[in-house]
Design a protein around this ligand. Structure first.
Ligand SMILES: NC(=O)C1=CN([C@@H]2O[C@H](COP(=O)(O)OP(=O)(O)OC[C@H]3O[C@@H](n4cnc5c(N)ncnc54)[C@H](O)[C@@H]3O)[C@@H](O)[C@H]2O)C=CC1
Ligand SMILES: O=C(OP(=O)(O)O)[C@H](O)COP(=O)(O)O
Length: 338
């Protein structure tokens, strides 16, 4: 079978990671990435050997900045079978017309509304529903981690109700524009945060409420999760269940923080210190008055990356079996190898 041609529109935090992951897959060909500025990321893409495309009005600026331009974003879109749009929140929506005109499949990220694609995706939750689709949205990093966790537990024991509090990192490590720098911000103030409805956009049957605050930190989000289950089980049953999924990682002994988790990623020699898995404190898994409790950390820059790869495989009908797609993605990226 011919490799599926993938273009990445928007080469920032998410785009550069998805580009590398696509490049690692045997059944996909990275035809190029788009950059709007001739900055260090454009230089690095070029050094990686990736074709660099740019919006037509930026061509001279890119060339003046020493970047060899492969063509315009329109050229990339016309050449691709599927575009992964990883432009900033709100920009992706504006690109839809371009993709429609070119008749190319497209994947948006969690910053866009569900309606942009009309279908929201998580590989553990609804892979089969993505098969053959033209448009898909990979839900946000927090929602991805919640969908993984909830789907796995729901399939085995039935989830009656979830209550989740999210402590959200305010900005990414490379982000010099966002705050807060000396505050904890209720974001949003009102119930629910977007994460609960976003989980329901992937798993409509789940009863879930979420509240979230942003903290002055760039290293990972933390979720305090509380669930009522339909069927009886023990903390050990949940521990054994989650241990079977390579996209769940029990944190090593002595780790009590996100900073130590990022240090672990460095010790593991992960590319860009990426932790693609839900990072769960095994000892936090417990029952109180019949309800399940646990704590997990989410590496915001990383966990959606394998989901984008599985979404490509489903949409392009490269693999009809969800487990086989996830295994291929995990193996190529080194997920679950510790
Ligand atoms: N950073 C994170 O923690 C996560 C982000 N997301 C979502 O992923 C999407 C992308 O976010 P990030 O990667 O963080 O953004 P980013 O700001 O790091 O990267 C976006 C890139 O797109 C470029 N760009 C801007 N306008 C463009 C245009 N018209 N055409 C082509 N490229 C353009 C920017 O120059 C930048 O390189 C958003 O929807 C966000 O909500 C999802 C999960 C986690
Ligand atoms: O998708 C994310 O978080 P979210 O699930 O809280 O929306 C990413 O961390 C990006 O969030 P940002 O829009 O605060 O940079």
């Amino acid at each position: 079978m011919d490799k599926v041609k993938v273009g990445i529109n928007g080469y920032g935090t998410i785009g550069k990671r998805v580009a590398d992951a696509v490049h690692q897959q045997e059944d996909m060909e990275l035809i190029g990435i788009s950059k709007t500025k001739p900055n260090y990321e454009a230089v690095m893409a070029q050094r990686m050997g990736y074709n660099v495309y740019t919006p037509s009005d930026k061509t001279s600026k890119m060339k003046d900045g020493g970047i060899k331009v492969a063509g315009t974003v329109e050229d990339m879109v016309n050449e691709a079978d599927v575009i992964v749009d990883a432009t900033p929140k709100g920009v992706g929506e504006k690109n839809k017309e371009l993709y429609e005109k070119a008749g190319v499949k497209a994947i948006w990220q969690g910053g866009e509304d569900h309606e942009v694609a009309g279908f929201s995706f998580n590989a553990d939750s609804n892979y089969n529903e993505a098969i053959g689709r033209d448009y898909t949205r990979v839900v946000s990093c927090n929602t991805t981690a919640l969908c993984r966790l909830i789907s796995n537990i729901d399939r085995e024991y039935g989830v009656k109700k979830c209550r989740v509090t999210l402590i959200r990192r305010a900005a990414d490590p490379s982000d010099i524009k966002k705050g807060p720098i000396n505050s904890i911000v209720a974001d949003p103030v009102k119930l629910p945060s977007h994460h609960g409805p976003d989980v329901q956009s992937v798993i409509p049957s789940i009863d879930i409420s979420t509240m979230a605050v942003k903290v002055p930190n760039t290293m990972m989000h933390i979720h305090t999760v509380n669930m009522e289950l339909k069927n009886d089980c023990s903390a050990d049953d949940i521990k054994n269940l989650l241990a079977k999924n390579p996209r769940m990682h029990y944190l090593e002994p002595g780790i009590t923080s996100t900073s130590e988790t990022m240090e672990l990623a460095r010790d593991l020699g992960r590319p860009r210190n990426d932790m693609w898995e839900n990072c769960i404190w095994e000892d936090s898994i417990d029952f109180y008055e019949g309800e399940l409790y646990l704590l997990q950390a989410v590496h915001q820059e990383a966990d959606v990356v394998p989901e984008n790869i599985d979404a490509i495989r489903a949409m392009c009908e490269l693999e009809k079996d969800a487990d086989k797609s996830k295994s291929k993605t995990n193996k190529a990226m080194g997920i679950g190898t510790k």
